[in-house]
Design a protein around this ligand. Structure first.
Ligand code: NAD
Ligand code: ZN
Length: 355
């Protein structure tokens, strides 16, 4: 049983410019006599997207604060609030609108509405017991692949870890490239590089198969068109994000993500930029791709923070090393069963100290 690895994909994908205009039609086809929960990145108070949500009086709209990465406690609070306002009645649909953070919160809330306890209990592999409330994802920032994946990445007190389950996947995603127009250049690059790094790590990982390779090599080529040759469009970037997300499901992330989670957990850097800070130091593991990444940085006028681990206490460094050591699956895929002999605690510390 444990070796069964299905290639799960979101069953319904609506793609194309102006598809957001069809949101009302989709929602009304799902609505019976209940209510819908909308979770939207609060930045869309400024972009005008929030005003376009086709909500009815009984629906709930939450502005999601994404100034930090999604926390388990926030997911628990949303779940409790929804059930308290609606006296235990479940919504008919949860709609997430935003970048990876908002999509993951929407995914996790839909799971926690039907599963008892707290979200911390479900961080891990296949721990979710009951089907979630149906959910619809609408990315407004491309690269994480959260719209495609079966994980909702959350940070709890001592770990950053996904709720990995079939029930965490969206039932429908609406991909409208026009929603990316308002993304600032640096954020577009950092999150876009998440896709590039997913593709590099998954294609180099030993868990990959031919299916996964097809997804990751396509995603990587599109990232090159967008960030290297600068001929790629937002529509292509949106597709790359999806393909990169699927490629990770048929492989794993690798050394960059294993180290990046430590940086986010301890130093609070968001995922995209944390990946870039780490990847920039990994020539040894990704010799063909790190130089290419540096050219892309230059092309897009990106400069990364330096000395991010300077003056860090021993306790902090130890927690970051411990976080990296929790990333067993990615590190096994990247370096083999004996990854601990290669990536010793001292080696991890040396890498962190270069950042
Ligand atoms: P994000 O969602 O954290 O957003 C980053 C910033 O971009 C925020 O300030 C947000 O307000 C802003 N933003 C989003 N859309 C915008 C728009 N259209 N216009 C202007 N600003 C906009 O960033 P992200 O990189 O998409 O997501 C990172 C999160 O995704 C991390 O928590 C990471 O762990 C998670 N992640 C999840 C998966 C998965 O498979 N579930 C994969 C990779 C990463
Ligand atoms: Zn990632």
């Amino acid at each position: 049983m444990t070796n069964l690895r299905f290639l799960n994909q979101v069953p319904r994908v609506l793609f194309g410019q102006n598809q957001f205009d069809n949101l009302e039609q989709i929602i009304e086809s799902k609505r019976h006599d209940g209510y819908i929960v909308f979770m939207i990145d609060e930045v869309h108070n400024k972009t005008g997207l929030k005003d376009r949500i086709p909500a009815k009086d009984d629906d709930l709209i939450f502005d999601v604060d994404t100034s930090t990465e999604p926390k388990t406690c926030l997911v628990n609070t949303y779940r409790d609030e929804i059930l308290s306002i609606k006296k235990g009645i479940l919504p008919e649909l949860v709609v997430g609108i935003g970048g990876g953070s908002t999509l993951d919160i929407a995914k996790a809330v839909s799971v926690m509405l039907t599963n008892s306890g707290i979200s911390e209990e479900y961080q891990g592999w296949n721990l979710v017991k009951k089907p979630a409330v149906p959910k619809l994802g609408i990315p407004t920032l491309s690269g994480t692949g959260a719209e495609a994946s079966r994980t909702a990445v959350l940070t709890s007190k001592d770990k950053k870890y996904g709720i990995n389950s079939d029930y965490s996947m969206f039932d429908i995603i609406l991909l409208d490239p026009l929603l990316l127009k308002s993304v600032p250049n640096d954020q577009r690059f950092y999150t876009g590089m998440d896709c590039y790094i997913h593709s590099v790590e998954s294609i180099q990982g030993s868990f990959i198969n031919e299916f996964g390779k097809a997804f990751s090599s396509n995603a990587m080529d599109i990232c090159r068109n967008v960030f290297l040759k600068q001929t790629g469009t937002d529509s292509e970037l949106m597709v790359a994000s999806y393909l990169g997300g699927v490629s990770v499901m048929y492989s794993e992330v690798g050394v960059a993500h294993a180290l990046s989670y430590g940086i986010s957990l301890e130093l609070g850097y968001r995922h995209g930029i944390a990946n870039c800070i780490v990847f920039n130091q990994l020539d040894e593991f990704y010799p063909d791709h790190v130089p290419e990444f540096r050219v892309m940085m230059k092309q897009n006028q990106i400069s990364l923070p330096v000395g991010v681990t300077e003056g860090l206490s021993k306790e902090s460094m130890d927690r970051m090393i411990e976080m990296t050591y929790r990333m067993e699956r990615p590190l096994t895929s990247a370096l083999g069963e004996n990854w601990r002999d290669i990536l010793t605690p001292q080696k991890i510390q040396d890498l962190y100290e270069r950042m």
